[in-house]
Each structure stands twice: as C-alpha cells, then as structure tokens.
Ligand binder design. Structure first.
Ligand code: CTP
Length: 134
C-alpha cells in the first residue's frame, strides 16, 4: 500500500469565494491530507498593496473550518515555501496556474502542480463590484 500523501497550498483567501473553494477541493483530491498556508496580513500588504478585508485570524478560521482542510498555518513570507513544505511534510505543492513555472525549483523536495483558476472571479473583482466600481 502506498504512503498517504500530504498536499500543501497557499493563498490569501480574502472575501472567500467559489474559486477559492474549488482550488481547495481539487488540491485535497491530490492526496490524503491538505495543509493550507494563509497569507499574513503584513504579507498581503507587501504583495497586493492593501490590507485584506478579513484579518488573518478570521481567514485562518474560515479555511480551518472547511471539510477538505486538515490543517492551517500563517504564511509569513513568500520566500519560505521550501521551509513550510519541509516543516509540514508535504509531498505535493499546489498553486494556481497564474504562478505556472514559478515554483519549479521546489521539485527537488516535492511534486509541484499548477491548477487552472476558476474563470471570471477574484477577490479584487468582488471588492470592486461590491464597492460599486466594478
Ligand atoms: N483561485 C482560483 N480561482 C480564482 C481565484 C483564486 O483557483 N478565480 C485560487 C488561486 O489560484 C490560489 C487560491 O485560490 O490558489 C487563493 O487565491 P487568492 O490570491 O487568495 O485569491 P484571488 O481571488 O486571486 O485574490 P486577488 O484578487 O486579491 O488576487
């Protein structure tokens, strides 16, 4: 019998939407255990230039409550993916295909899989739509 596989994925998951859910469900389908790194508020400000609508503690709580998710942690830096993969014993890294090729250097520690994003939905577009600018 083959060993259970741990899958790891990362994201901000702010203003949770169906694109996030599908990514998490598909990531979970690639193994037996799914661990999700939720981007810290400070990382989001550095990466996207704005505070998330929901705080890191709220976003962690939402992701942790999802049935396909076995564990969550705070992703403090984009540069620490290798460390997180090793720390959580991940066999597979899943990223959206907007990152295609960008994490291939990690193929020496785990399998790297890029999944297609759900079309026509994003947190940024939702915020614009809700605030009347979309
Ligand atoms: N994702 C997806 N399909 C979408 C939006 C996001 O599959 N339509 C995936 C991303 O590829 C990533 C995860 O969901 O693996 C978290 O993405 P995140 O950046 O938090 O969400 P976005 O909606 O893309 O946020 P933003 O608009 O702020 O960039």
């Amino acid at each position: 019998m083959s060993e259970p596989r741990t899958v790891i994925t990362f994201g901000t998951f702010d203003v949770f939407h169906v694109g996030h859910l599908r990514m998490i469900e598909r990531a979970a389908g690639l193994g037996e255990r799914l661990v999700v790194g939720v981007s810290a508020d400070a990382l989001n400000v550095r990466k996207k230039g704005r505070e998330p609508v929901f705080s890191e503690q709220e976003r962690l709580a939402i992701i942790a409550a999802l049935r396909p998710v076995d564990g969550v942690f705070l992703e403090e830096s984009l540069e620490l993916k290798r460390d997180y993969i090793v720390e959580y014993g991940a066999d597979v890294l899943v990223m959206g295909d907007d990152w295609a090729g960008r994490f291939d250097e990690l193929k020496d520690v785990c399998e790297v899989v890029y999944l297609s994003r759900t079309p026509a939905i994003s947190t940024t577009a939702l915020i614009e739509k809700i605030s009347g600018n979309g």
